[in-house]
Design a protein around this ligand. Structure first.
Ligand code: FE2
Length: 209
């Protein structure tokens, strides 16, 4: 996280970055806007919406968003082969002509980082817990702009004030608001209460690097 912070000191008004983490997969499956990245069906349904913009506020049509997350039990697909379908919780999306994106998922859970190696010894030695607050990972890219690696964090998640890897930035904490409105649910192909999180993403033009 220190290296990440040193490398991304100047945001120029762009959305803040945070760590890539060890659970990114190449390649995530390409999915259409509005599709779900959850293939298990447990957990609270959730819709994530937003727009990808340049620093001057202009939308970035066709921006690419690579998203990945743990499930409602706090595990990534790659940690549970045979339990979660391959590429559960992952998707590659292309923003529309207005730079807008939206996809369905479930609200992720907080989770412990693995403690069976030197990291566990380090945490023991520093008397720190291994938990990360609930989050969804993003890599966002558009032509002429610096690619952004970041997360959104679920507001109110346990450990939001004490992330084991120090990756929380206040601007990345988002409300996951409960919605109990059949009309809104139907708009997203859902049939019950769900949460909605909005995340507008501002990318830094290459020229400012
Ligand atoms: Fe993660």
């Amino acid at each position: 996280m220190l290296v990440e912070t040193i490398n991304n000191r100047k945001t120029g008004g762009a959305t803040e970055s945070t760590v890539l983490g060890p659970f990114h997969m190449i390649e995530s499956p390409r999915r259409e806007l509005g599709e779900s990245i959850d293939f298990v069906g447990t957990g609270t349904p959730c819709v994530v919406t937003g727009r990808v913009l340049s620093a001057d506020g202009a939308p970035l049509p066709g921006a690419e968003l690579d998203v990945w997350q743990a499930n409602d039990q706090g595990f990534y697909d790659v940690q549970q082969p045979g339990v979660q379908p391959r590429a559960n919780g992952r998707g590659l999306f292309t923003a529309d002509a207005d730079g807008a994106f939206w996809f369905r998922t479930v609200v992720p859970s907080h989770y412990p980082i693995p403690t069976d190696g030197p990291v566990g010894t380090l945490l023991d030695g520093t008397k720190r817990h291994p938990y990360r607050p609930a989050h969804i990972h993003f890599i966002v890219a558009a032509p002429g702009h610096r690619a952004l690696t970041t997360h959104i964090f679920v507001s109110g998640s346990p450990y939001i004030e004490s992330d084991a890897v120090f990756a929380v930035k206040k601007s990345l904490i988002k409300e996951f608001t409960s919605v109990d409105d059949p009309e809104q649910a139907a708009r997203y192909g859902l049939d019950g209460p769900f949460c909605v999180a909005n995340f507008d993403i501002v990318l830094q033009p290459d020229a400012e690097n």
